[in-house]
Write a protein that binds this ligand. Structure first.
Ligand code: M6R
Length: 609
């Protein structure tokens, strides 16, 4: 998730672009850059790190021009560095991009065979090459962009300028957001409304498969197929702060609702249904290495540990390798035994958690093979690993992790399928069925999110509960732990996550009419047994809130409240059963009026012991 901006009009473009980027910094902040069109042609300034570094570089560059494009980056392909920062310039064509070009490797090979040379590791530079080549054959940048995009598969919001056509910006959209702002004798564009709000409230929203040419005199919109589009501008009345959160009250709620996109981006370009396999290369181990693995150890803390627990179930089941999930904060002080035959998977949103990094280093010293699952490109944990599978959730601002958790689940599921295929324990038809199910997750998540009002009612009923118990079996167990952690973190209510089978070994003593018990009870292999727990809670006057598969009347009869999620293949249920629990924690916290995005005593990245 990156942020792009563009400006064309009578004023100096650079300050306006910098201001727009500042408002989009929540979308990415590892590097940034501008391309200005002026009398000296196209001038590019880029800087690594926060936007203030670019601001300083721009001051020194004395840019002069009244149109241009800008970008703030959240790296997905290529580490954060100046060559990888946008805009990418090829010939006199400069490009900024938000999204992922799925077929970039294939296009890169083709362009290289035709003599192209590359100055970055990004997928975006491929677009710059394609447009520059098409521009040499076509009379306008607009037509060149259209021709180039015929070759491109994936997600993009693009803004492109050419030195040969000053005062014009071409934009295009597929699966990434793009807004056009209509000012007085000036036109702007951006990834999101906040970038434009200081200049205009009249906005045009590009739709899928559309492109537009922006100039000071107006906007021409067409489909990628060349049909012209007439669109009315809308007036946006949000405040700039509301707009940054897309109208949501908190970043956490926005991030909960971003999950379908985060999962789609994490899967994008990585799954081949035809071969029932991952389009790999990223994982750092081939079939020979996979067959030599004797144990998988997943290391993580907090929410990432819950994802690791689910990963353990999947890896054991699909690849038949012994697997264990370990709290990194414990492992590091335990004189753990790792061997060269271990695959160690470190799971960390930030990639910087001190305990996870320390545990990874002890595994490394013992010669174990290391795979990182992280959301921040080129962070410390991926750098210490042999391979990385990045989640593409975009920056997570809320301290309570939500979209990064489900993106970690999606990544770990892919690792399990990959291992199963490479070790010959997962047959092609079953792998295909599972991967097809995985691709359905974003749509299922949208349905789960649509039921937010029911969750809100449950939150209203139980907002004053001082304790809450969360129970789940099998893959429901890590989700029970995660539901309890979310509630604790942001609402400060005491909550316990338990394996439902453990209830009779202790926590059953807690149950009375004051105790809400959330039971994760979707249709899975353990369903009947989980219903048994549900009955035990009811028999002791406990208040049951059950998370069930759509239309489950049996569980509904035994529950005071029912939170329904759509049906999915059994192994994938954690990706949807967690959604009502995230919403429950959020709504309870919101009703209590706590500081949801920055709960007390917590930090987003824990870089201390
Ligand atoms: O960046 P990491 O995934 O390594 O962080 C691990 C934990 O600190 C983190 O998951 C923490 O528990 C979150 N606040 C959970 O919402």
């Amino acid at each position: 998730m990156c942020g792009i901006v563009g400006y064309v009009g009578p004023r100096q473009a650079a300050p306006i672009l910098l201001d727009g980027l500042r408002r989009l910094e929540y979308r990415g902040y590892d590097s940034a850059g501008l391309a200005i069109q002026g009398a000296r042609g196209i001038e590019i300034v880029r800087a690594v790190g926060k936007l203030e570094n670019l601001t300083r570089a721009v001051e020194g560059a004395k840019l002069d021009g009244s149109s241009g494009i800008g970008h703030t980056r959240w790296a997905t392909h290529g580490r954060p560095s100046e060559p990888n920062a946008h805009p990418h310039l090829v010939g006199d064509v400069a490009v900024v991009h938000n999204g992922i070009i799925e077929n970039h490797l294939e296009l890169k090979r083709e362009l290289a065979a035709d003599g192209a040379t590359f100055s970055s590791d990004t997928d975006t530079e491929i677009v710059a090459h394609l447009v520059a080549r098409a521009r040499a054959r076509t009379p306008s940048l607009f037509l060149a962009v259209r021709a180039a995009l015929e070759r491109v598969r994936g997600a993009y919001a693009l803004a492109i300028v050419s030195g040969a056509e000053p005062g014009k910006i071409v934009v295009a959209k597929s699966a990434s957001p793009l807004v056009i702002g209509l000012g007085d004798g000036e036109v702007l564009c951006g990834s999101d409304v906040p970038a434009l709000l200081s200049y205009t409230r009249r906005m045009l929203f590009l739709e899928e498969g559309e492109m537009a040419e922006l100039s000071a005199s107006g906007v021409r919109i067409e489909t990628l197929a060349g049909e012209s589009v007439a669109r009315e501008a809308k007036r946006i009345d949000w405040s700039p702060v509301q707009a940054e959160k897309d109208g949501y009250k908190h970043f956490m709620l926005k991030e909960i609702f971003e999950q379908p996109r985060a999962i789609a981006d994490t899967l994008r370009g990585r799954i081949s249904l035809e071969q029932a396999e991952l389009v790999d290369g990223e994982l750092g181990f081939d079939a020979k290495v996979a067959q030599g693995i004797e144990r998988v150890v997943l290391l993580a803390c907090g929410t990432s540990y819950h994802a690791a627990l689910a990963g353990r179930y999947w890896i054991e089941q699909l690849s038949r390798v012994p697997a264990q999930a370990e709290l990194a904060s414990e492992v590091r002080y335990r004189e753990p035994v790792f061997t060269k035959k271990d695959l160690v998977i470190a799971v960390s949103q930030s990639g910087e958690t001190a305990d996870t990094l320390a545990a990874v280093r002890s595994a490394r010293e013992a010669g174990a093979r290391l795979l990182a699952v992280a959301n921040v490109l080129d962070s410390a944990i991926p750098r210490a690993a042999d391979g990385s599978l990045y989640t593409h959730a975009g920056p997570e601002i809320g301290v309570a992790s939500t979209k990064c958790f489900t993106a970690q689940l999606a990544a770990l599921f892919m690792v399990a399928v990959h291992l199963g295929r490479r070790r010959g324990s997962l047959a092609e038809p079953r792998a295909r069925e599972l991967l097809r199910g995985l691709l359905e997750v974003p749509a299922a998540m949208r349905h789960a999110l649509d039921r937010k009002d029911t969750v809100y009612e449950v939150a209203r009923r139980w907002q004053h509960a001082r304790h809450m118990l969360f129970l789940g079996r099998g893959l429901g167990f890590p989700i029970a732990l995660e539901g309890a952690l979310k509630l604790k973190e942001i609402s400060y209510a005491h909550a316990e996550g338990y394996a439902a089978g453990e209830m009779k070994h202790g926590p059953i003593a807690l149950i009375d009419e004051e105790m809400p018990v959330v039971v994760i009870a979707p249709h899975d292999a353990q369903y009947e047994k989980t219903l048994g727990n549900l009955q035990e809670v009811r028999a002791r006057d406990g208040r049951v809130i059950s998370v069930v598969t759509d239309g489950d009347e049996q569980a509904a009869r035994l529950s005071e409240h029912v939170l329904e999620v759509p049906a999915l293949p059994e192994l994938l249920l954690p990706l949807v059963t967690v959604i009502p629990l995230q919403l429950l924690a959020y709504f309870i916290a919101e009703l209590k009026g706590t500081d949801v995005d920055q709960p007390r005593n917590l930090a987003k990245t824990v870089t201390v012991e």
